[in-house]
Every structure is written in C-alpha cells, then in structure tokens.
Design a protein around this ligand. Structure first.
Ligand code: HEC
Length: 452
C-alpha cells in the first residue's frame, strides 16, 4: 500500500510538474528560468521515485507468486516478467521510465512536451495494472481510468508542484507572477476536476453494485472518505479561483458560482485582506490534502472492490442460471439428503488470475497449450489445448484436485505404482486458485460458462 501511495504521488508530481512547465509557465513571467530549473530537478526526483517503486512492486509481486519464500521469489522474477500480464505492463512501464529519464535534463520545449507524453504513457500503465483492467486491456473502463489518473495527477500533482517548487522556500517569483501563474493553473485545474469527477463517477458505478455498498463494504467506506477530502479540496480551489484570484488580478470573476462563493466567504470570514502570500498558503493546504487523497486512492487500489465482495451471491445465480435453492433441514432429509435435481456446481473464477496460477505452478512443464507462449513441456502429460471445449468445468476441477480419479492412458502418464504422475496440488492451491485455474482452462477452446 505504501509502495502504491509513493508511486501515485511520484506520478502525480511528474505529470503536475511537467504540465506546469509546459502549459502554465509563460516566457513573460518574471524570472522563469530558475523556476524551470527547479521544476526539472523535481521531475527527475519523481522519476527516480517511480523507478524505485516499480522495482519494489516487482519484488513484491514475485514474492506473492512464489508464496513468500525469498530464494523462490528471486527465481520467480523472470517468470513473472515473461509470463504474466503484470510482467508485460511492468516492462512497458520500465521502458517509458528509461525514456523519460533520458529526456529529463533536456530543457527545450519539445523535449518537455515529449516528457509529458511519456508521463501519459506511465499513467496508462497505472490504469492497466489496477481494478479497471479486470475486464481486459482495451476496454472503456481502462480508457476512462486512464483519463482519471491523468486528470487527477495533473490537478493534485500540479498543486503540489506549485506549493513545493514554484512557490516553495527560496523561490524568487515576483508576487504578480504568483498571481498570474495561479490564475492560469486554476483554469487548467478546473478542466481536470471536471474530468476527474466524470470518470470517477463512472468508476464508482462500475465498481459498486449499489448505493448501499458505499456504507456496507470497506471499499465503499474508503471511497466515501476520499470523496469527502476531494470536496474540501474543491472548496479550497474554489476559494482561490473565485474569491482570492479575482481580487488579486483586479478582474472580478463573473457568473453565478463566483458570486455565490464570494457571498459565502464574506458571510463566513468577513472581508479579509488578500495578498499573494495568502494564495500560497491556500495552495500549500491543497497540496497536503491532495497527498491524503492519493493515500486513500492507494488503499482503494489494494482493497477488493465491492463488486467482488458481492461476487459470491452473484455467482450462485449465474451458476446454472437460477436463484438459490432454499429448503429446511427436514425437507432435505426427506428428499434423500440433497434438494431434488441438485448437482454439484463449481462457482466461476477469474481466467486472468488463473493464468498466473498456471504459470506459478508451472503446469506447462507437462502440459502443452497451443496459442500460449509457454516453454515446450519437458515432462509427460496430455496436451490441454482445447480442453474447455472437451470437458465440463467440474471434470477439469477434479482432474486437478484428484488426478487419480480418472487416469488418462498415455506414455509416462502413470508411474510404476500405476497411479498418475501428475503432482498433488492440494497443499499449494487455495480454493480461489483452483476456481481461477479452472476458469482459465475453460477459456481454452471455447467458454462453457454455464456447464456445471
Ligand atoms: C509432472 C507432470 C505434470 C504436471 C506438472 C501437471 N500435470 Fe496435469 N497431468 C499430468 C498427467 C501425466 C496427466 C494424465 C494422467 C491423469 O489423468 O492424471 C495429467 C492430467 C491433467 C488434466 C486432465 C486432462 C484431460 O484432458 O483429461 C488436467 C486438467 C491437468 N492435468 C491439469 C494440470 C494443471 C492445471 C497443472 C498445474 C497446476 C498440472 N496439470 C500439472 C501431468 C502433469
């Protein structure tokens, strides 16, 4: 969670810092070059943090796959990189990071624009490794999550970069420049906010089954806390934009919102003296709040979305396409122990995670799967290509749980004792692993979702 938080912060800092340099600073600001130099230093720091968190992330992932053993984890790193979805995304992210670092010190405008585009690519890898990619890589939810990550990074990272770098201790910016930079950034932040809110609403709609989940699930509660912080952040930004800036620039903001905010402020605080330093203080508060919002986002990333929490109930009716059977114990006993027409149905799993389990347990050592890029098998075992089209779900599950229940005849398939040579996995497979593995094998050769 900490790694994720630092990574989100560094990404926001990178996008925000570059956006300020490219989109907000103008040549006619007083003394822009020291600020530019500081911003460049800032982006290099952010890039290094991103690189460090990426390495940490890879090590953690390898450890999870290897089941916590250190020596095994080291051995698992190449496997994670070459065979898992996470590994592909990780490699792409590393390439983008290296490219960004090589442009980081070049000060020309074109180089900065390229750096901003690369930061966008890094943001895409963030979206691709989050919950939004659970349905696949090229989907509307990934696109919208990408926009969410980018806009939020621009907004929060921009505020942080302004507070720490442009206006931070030792900055030589003239008060009038501070005002103008804030005015320009404020406009950019307004657009980002609109994008953040719209895409955020979509994300919440996708990840939460209903409004009650906001209150009843851990994911929902963290989301509510995050929303509360965002509202405070928006209020602070609004104060800057509609109350402080117009008086500093001498251009009164027009419009209903502006007048409303001004009235509220007057009513609450009275006619306070405004100065650019006050603006800087508000920006610093916003930056601190922004960091807290990113922290909660990191928690959300590690929390199972409510749609999964509701998954069990959901599967019960997907599975076999009907509602749960309800019966009293007496009815069950009378019917001979099970409801009439009952068969054992295996709940559905997640094929994408199942592929990771397949890799982790190295099932490819004995089973060939055409269409996948595993190394050729070295041990004996039947080819699993098309298995989903040949066997029902429960049969596949049984083959893994108890290889000796049905023994396929083939060269080397049985040992001298006449039993299957397939290893026993009962101590290393969790129930979720098994379901995911079965779901993955089912996708091989046609999906048979509703077969028991
Ligand atoms: C050491 C070699 C070996 C490894 C490793 C291995 N298997 Fe097997 N597997 C076999 C053999 C041999 C058979 C055929 C004999 C039998 O039915 O048990 C088999 C049979 C199967 C079958 C039934 C195939 C069919 O068409 O009926 C499935 C499914 C299967 N394995 C899945 C897996 C999965 C999933 C893994 C990884 C968790 C795995 N195997 C790891 C050797 C292996």
């Amino acid at each position: 969670m900490l790694v994720r938080w630092i990574a989100l912060g560094a990404l926001a800092g990178l996008v925000g810092g570059l956006a300020i340099e490219v989109l907000v600073l103008r040549a006619d600001d007083v003394a822009p070059s020291p600020v530019r130099r500081r911003l460049r230093g800032w982006t290099v720091v952010c890039l290094c943090m991103l690189a460090l968190t990426s390495v940490a992330d890879l090590v953690l992932r390898a450890r999870t796959l290897a089941g916590g053993d250190l020596a095994q984890s080291v051995r698992a790193v190449p496997l994670v990189l070459s065979r898992t979805h996470f590994g592909t995304i990780w490699s792409a992210r590393s390439l983008a990071l290296v490219a960004s670092l090589s442009t980081a010190t070049i000060g020309t405008r074109r180089a900065r624009v390229v750096a901003l585009a690369l930061a966008g690519a890094i943001a895409l890898t963030t979206a691709l490794s989050g919950h939004a990619a659970d349905w696949g890589d090229v989907t509307p939810s990934v696109l919208l999550d990408w926009i969410h990550v980018l806009a939020a990074s621009l907004w929060i990272g921009g505020v942080v970069a302004l507070a720490l770098v442009a206006f931070g201790p030792g900055s030589a910016l003239a008060p009038s420049s501070v005002t103008h930079i804030c005015a320009r950034f404020s406009r950019l932040a307004g657009w980002s906010l609109a994008a953040v809110v719209l895409t955020g609403v979509y994300n919440a709609w996708v990840q939460l089954p209903d409004v009650a989940a906001l209150r009843d699930t851990p994911y929902g509660r963290v989301l509510l806390a995050k929303l509360a912080l965002v509202v405070v952040l928006v209020l602070l930004g609004g104060t800057n934009r509609y109350a402080l800036l117009p008086r500093l620039t001498g251009l009164p903001a027009r419009g209903l919102v502006a007048r409303g905010v001004r009235r509220c402020r007057l009513a609450l605080f009275g006619p306070a003296r405004v100065s650019p330093s006050r603006l800087v203080t508000v920006v610093a508060c916003e930056a601190a709040l922004g960091a807290a919002v990113l922290g909660l986002t990191a928690v959300l990333g590690e929390t199972t979305p409510a749609r999964h929490a509701g998954h069990v109930a959901h599967v019960a009716d997907v599975n076999g396409g009907r509602d749960p059977i309800r019966a009293t114990m007496e009815q069950l006993h009378e019917a001979g122990g099970v409801p009439r027409g009952w068969v054992f149905r295996l709940p559905s799993g997640n094929p994408r995670r199942g592929r990771d389990v397949f890799v982790r347990l190295e099932c490819f050592r004995c089973h060939r799967l055409r269409g996948e890029s595993y190394p050729p098998p070295s041990g004996a075992g039947p080819e699993l290509t098309g298995i989903g089209g040949h066997h029902p779900r429960s049969y596949i599950a049984e083959s893994i749980l108890d290889p000796n229940a049905v023994i396929i005849e083939g060269p080397g398939y049985t040992g001298p004792d006449g039993r299957s040579t397939m290893p026993d996995y009962r101590d290393v497979l969790s129930v979720a692993d098994l379901l995911d593995l079965v779901a993955y094998l089912e996708t091989q050769g046609g999906v048979h979702r509703h077969r028991p």
